[in-house]
Write a protein that binds this ligand. Structure first.
Ligand code: GMT
Length: 378
């Protein structure tokens, strides 16, 4: 198949997932074209069947706001026309679903018929999607997609709750690539970060408000009183400065390190003992799954789809949103009990294996074929 993938090219979960999916499809022999405003961060090496097309939204003095969606629709139509694409797959509804809809209409006017699939990732429904400024367009984009997927059962449930959806939504879970995410020996790293054998706690996100990183920092303040430990905060975003200030005010700077965006996250996950996720909204929690693949148990909230991935008492512990004390207590319990820690590490990895790249890739591949066939019948 010739597949066009439209996504955000950044470190955000939807962009990461879309990029890994495209590269995986390329490995299966499909020809994949990424269409977005910059080279996707995880697409950082040459791959024979995979191409990148940059959307250049020109700025003009008349435009107070540059119309990216228009430039994107033009580029999708152009690439689909010249490359003879069979299907478009857009990740994150805003503005990708309606850009694809527009491109589809443009192509139809030239005698080319091509279906598109929209994958809902989370905040495109639960945060930006429900915002009145975007909701009618999001609902329209979903209802006019030729196929719709959601990354967890909870996200599907919320989509049906918030919008008047006429389409069938298929749940296809996110996946992890085990060639990359696995436990490896990085003792030199561990020594550098925790020179006295301290336990290593880790969190990875885009530092947005929904991640409630302040809860992680406060929980760490409690944990540190009982267990010699270090906290690694990886990623960057709007809340980072506020969180750095919080660390200073709680006098925790010695033991908390902000590492910014990292390309080789797996090397840091490989030295971690526990992954912390305090989100108030989280459709799936790809970062937690990547940690589990590296045998890191997860202490999380029960937001959104997280409990579909992190199983309470088996792969970590799950608590109510904002229950800092409970998060701290179960982390302490886990780190004090080596046998329990080893057991949960193994179980975390086993659970992650349910979300392996080849399995989920096949689900997407069959779904592409199904949507193409249904579209051709109409
Ligand atoms: O977590 C974010 O804010 C980034 C966001 C995105 O769209 O890039 O992530 C969403 O999609 C990821 C991949 O499907 C999911 O793993 C995240 O749970 C989801 N984030 C939220 O729902 C807040």
């Amino acid at each position: 198949m010739k597949i066009g993938i439209i996504c955000y090219p950044t470190f955000g979960g939807s962009g990461v997932l879309a990029t890994e999916l495209g590269m995986g499809m390329g490995e299966l022999g499909h020809r994949v074209h990424f269409i977005t405003y910059q080279q996707p961060v995880r697409f950082n090496a040459f791959q024979e069947n995979v191409y990148f097309h940059e959307v250049a939204a020109e700025e003009y003095p008349l435009f107070e706001y540059t119309p990216y969606e228009t430039a994107l629709a033009s580029k999708i139509a152009d690439v689909a026309f010249h490359e003879g694409l069979d299907i478009l797959h857009v990740h994150y509804a805003i503005p990708h679903a309606t850009a694809a809809f527009l491109a589809q209409a443009i192509l139809k006017s030239k005698g080319i018929e091509i279906p598109f699939i929209t994958t809902l990732h989370g905040t495109d429904i639960t945060l930006t999607g429900v915002d009145k400024s975007y909701a009618p367009v999001v609902e329209f984009g979903i209802n006019n997609s030729n196929g719709v997927t959601a990354v967890s059962a909870d996200l599907k449930r919320q989509t049906l709750e918030y919008f008047d959806i006429k389409k069938d939504i298929k749940v296809i879970y996110n996946f992890v690539n085990f060639d990359r995410f696995k436990r490896t020996n990085k003792e030199h790293f561990k020594k550098a970060i925790a020179p006295n054998g301290e336990k290593i706690l880790i969190h990875v996100s885009n530092f947005r408000k929904v991640k409630r990183i302040q809860d992680i920092i406060c929980a760490f303040g409690i944990i540190k009183k009982e267990i010699p430990s270090k906290l690694l905060l990886i990623g960057d975003g709007p809340d980072r400065i506020r969180m750095e200030e919080l660390c200073r005010s709680l006098d925790l700077c010695e033991d908390i390190r902000f590492l910014g965006n990292q390309n080789a996250i797996e090397e840091l996950l490989a030295i971690a003992d526990v992954f912390l996720l305090a989100s108030e909204k989280e459709s799936f929690g790809l970062a937690a799954l990547e940690a589990m693949a590296c045998e890191v148990p997860v202490i999380s909230t029960d937001a959104g789809g997280i409990p579909e991935i992190n199983i309470d008492g088996q792969t970590g512990f799950v608590h109510s949103i904002g229950d800092i004390q409970a998060m701290a207590s179960s982390t302490i319990k886990l780190l004090k009990d080596e046998q329990l820690l080893q057991k949960l590490k193994k179980q975390a990895r086993l659970q992650a294996e349910r979300f392996s790249l080849p399995v989920i890739l096949q689900e997407y591949e069959s779904y592409y074929q199904q949507v193409i066939a249904e579209f051709a019948e109409k």
